[in-house]
Design a protein around this ligand. Structure first.
Ligand SMILES: [Zn+2]
Length: 313
């Protein structure tokens, strides 16, 4: 009897082991806050993960409407990839908490802060405060718009996926290296396309493009918003128009989720072209991956720069 029992027990243990191994080798369920991060996660994870984003690329990532379906997605997630630098602070923390999923709590085993290895610009000096309503208190969170930072995000994701799936480490590392190599090749192409326009002065609505401008040689001289997250005011708009006239700025870049009323009035007052330029994958439907984001934006920019007769060397 004792023998039979222990045999049955062994069988049960064996079955549960097989089940847990099978589970361990299933696809990791990766939820990213933005489509940019989901796109990079797919580059790294390939068919070993399912990746999905919460925010859509045409939404302002600072102010995303939290839906109950987001909580359900987070409940089932093995991994959560966030932009960090408080980009999502207005909407993500309660969702994480309500998911009651220990894996994806901040600092949990499946939580990825994608900003950790990225080059972050505009880190405030001295006292950090949100009292002025500034939504960039920890530096500029739109860092994914430099492809070099895309590489840093891929490494961060690869490290975490490898921790969770040690047997797949070489798979993730090989895919990450391949992604980095393809990005390096594309960067050469993008840089040569933008080279004739180096130093072109532009204005942007929100501070979404400092990393993009640094990488591709644009000079952002002002913003439609007085501060990140603060809507335009008449006095600021007047000052900006005067500055644009003084510096002969002929291009205003606007993210797809902002009202065009103020940019258009600035355009009329200065003769500048107003260009709606998506800062994210999914911002327009053609931009379905991280490479297409730069392909699309650079093509759009060059078209506009030719139209306004921007400087060429
Ligand atoms: Zn921002």
């Amino acid at each position: 009897m004792k023998f039979i029992l222990s045999k049955a027990l062994c069988l049960a243990v064996a079955i549960s082991l097989v089940a847990s191994v099978a589970h361990a080798q299933g696809k990791l369920n990766v939820i990213a806050t933005t489509e940019d991060l989901a796109a990079i996660a797919r580059e790294v994870g390939g068919d070993r993960i399912d990746a999905e984003s919460l925010a859509r690329g045409y939404q302002d990532p600072h102010f995303v409407e939290a839906k109950p379906s987001f909580i359900l997605k987070l409940q089932k997630a093995d991994v959560l990839v966030a932009v960090g630098r408080e980009l999502e602070i207005g909407w993500l923390p309660p969702l994480i908490q309500q998911s009651r999923n220990a894996k994806v709590q901040t600092g949990g085993p499946g939580y990825i802060d994608a900003s950790l290895q990225a080059r972050i610009l505009e880190i405030p000096q001295g006292q950090i405060t949100r009292a002025m309503g500034d939504v960039h208190p920890l530096g500029n969170p739109h860092y994914w718009l430099d492809p070099e930072n895309g590489k840093a995000v891929a490494k961060e994701i690869s490290d975490k996926l490898s921790q969770l799936r040690p047997n797949d480490r070489s798979f993730f590392e090989q895919r990450t290296n391949d992604f980095i190599n393809r990005l390096s090749e594309a960067e050469k192409r993008w840089a040569s396309l933008m080279a004739p326009y180096k130093g072109t002065k532009v204005v942007t609505y929100h501070r979404s493009f400092p990393n993009f401008a640094e990488r591709f040689g644009l000079d952002v001289i002002g913003y439609v918003e007085p501060r990140p997250g603060i809507p335009p005011s008449p006095q600021h708009t007047l000052d900006l128009i005067n500055e644009m006239k003084r510096q002969n700025v002929k291009l205003v870049l606007v993210e797809p989720y902002f009202d065009l009323k103020t940019p258009n009035s600035i355009g009329r007052a200065t003769g500048a072209e107003v260009l709606v330029m998506p800062p994210s994958v999914g911002g327009v439907k053609e931009v379905t991956d991280y490479f297409k984001l730069f392909d699309y934006d650079i093509n759009l920019l060059i078209g506009a720069l030719k139209k306004v007769g921007a400087q060429t060397e």
